[in-house]
Design a protein around this ligand. Structure first.
Ligand SMILES: C[S@@+](CC[C@H](N)C(=O)[O-])C[C@H]1O[C@@H](n2cnc3c(N)ncnc32)[C@H](O)[C@@H]1O
Length: 351
């Protein structure tokens, strides 16, 4: 097949410039993550006027000399600005535009895994080329931190399958691969009359989720340490709504997981999947910079999980939406509407 993007017109100097910019930006992004960690974006947001490096250091409780080096970098990168009398600031209108500094901390959270990933890259045997989520440590926490972003309003606008099943008919909900349970808890709050169950194979995730249940005093949610490939016998045909949120592409053995999920779904139930918005054909992803970043995160998190145990299908984020939909349709689901979006709703095929 002819490539949709041709390298024939690529100018080597333009290529080199683009390549170098990516590398320089990547290292600056490391500094942005560091700045976020030590509270510098908060400090620069809180401080209303341009301030000296000493004043910013005092405010953030940091060592001025290091801070000054960091500020010089951020000024060079045009992330921070400086007055003629060496006072530093982020323009007032731009302060709210730095929220991706949190995403930059993902670089710091994943970096300690590099030796493990290196081993995976070198492994010739795909069945031993991964590790499960328990290895992720800080990166696991990072992924779960954003659970708070998925509040009731977001859920209602983006995740609820209300076009296929009205909200008042959703009485039983299963969140497969619920992680630390933040999304599950938000769903439970939003469906106070429903019974919500979250399951995950990760001990730390389920212990954290159970603690969250205690802290939030939610009575309509339960969490179980359970694999999606081995759901409880008594759950057959009992769930109105099943969710796999950022999970499906991580599974090393999706066949039994999907089979089991279909078994526990009511005949008129809905299964909702959220995965990343990327195409299975890499040519269709050209220029998608957030995706370029996410695929590297996949090399540290999703792909090792999907290669962690036999049959180690190795899907990861690069699996892409077209492959996801084809797999679902081949394995007992009808995919509703547009299959090439992050969130898709499915029902049992043939009903
Ligand atoms: C990327 S995390 C997503 C967590 C949560 N859904 C969220 O979006 O915050 C993927 C989760 O799937 C879990 N997982 C992986 N394989 C699983 C399996 N076979 N059964 C149940 N959970 C699984 C992992 O332990 C991990 O918590």
């Amino acid at each position: 097949m002819a490539s949709l993007t041709s390298a024939a017109d690529e100018n080597p100097d333009v290529y080199e410039d683009r390549f170098n910019t990516i590398v320089y930006n990547g290292v600056v992004a490391l500094g942005i993550g560091l700045g976020q960690r030590v509270g510098l974006f908060k400090a620069l947001t809180d401080l209303s006027r341009p301030q000296t490096s000493q004043r910013i250091a005092d405010y953030a409780g940091l060592q001025e000399r290091y801070l000054r080096e960091w500020l010089f970098s951020m000024v060079a990168a045009k992330v921070v600005f400086v007055t003629d009398d060496k006072k530093y600031y982020i323009p007032a209108d731009c302060k709210t535009k730095t929220s991706k500094s949190l995403y930059a901390t993902m670089i710091l959270a994943t970096a300690p895994l590099t030796k493990d990933v290196e081993k995976c890259f070198r492994s010739k045997d795909p069945s031993s080329a991964g590790y499960n989520f328990s290895r992720l440590g800080e990166a696991f926490d990072f992924m779960n931190k954003d659970g708070d972003n998925y509040d009731g309003k977001w859920l209602e606008e983006n995740l609820f399958p209300t076009q296929y099943k009205s909200k008042d008919k959703i009485k039983t909900i299963l969140d497969i691969g619920c992680g630390v349970g933040k999304l599950t808890a938000n769903i439970a709050k939003y469906f106070p009359n429903a019974k919500v169950v979250g399951i995950d194979v990760d001990h730390y995730a389920i212990e954290t989720a159970i603690q969250l249940k205690k802290d939030t005093h939610l009575t309509n949610v339960e969490f179980y340490l359970l694999g999606a490939d081995n759901l409880k016998d008594e759950w057959t045909k009992s769930f109105d709504w099943i969710i796999m949120f950022r999970v499906f592409h991580d599974l090393p053995n999706p066949d039994p997981c999907l089979r089991e999920s279909i078994r526990v779904m009511k005949d008129d139930g809905v299964m909702t999947f959220l995965d990343n918005l990327d195409h299975s054909n890499p040519n269709l992803n050209v220029g998608n910079k957030p995706l370029a970043a996410t695929l590297i995160v996949s090399c540290y998190t999703c792909l090792p999980c999907s290669l962690s145990t036999p049959p180690a299908v190795g899907n990861g984020i690069g699996w892409g939406l077209e492959n996801r939909a084809a797999y679902q349709m081949e394995n007992g689901l009808t995919v509703h509407d547009d299959e090439l979006v992050e969130v898709i709703h499915c029902s049992k095929a043939g009903l």
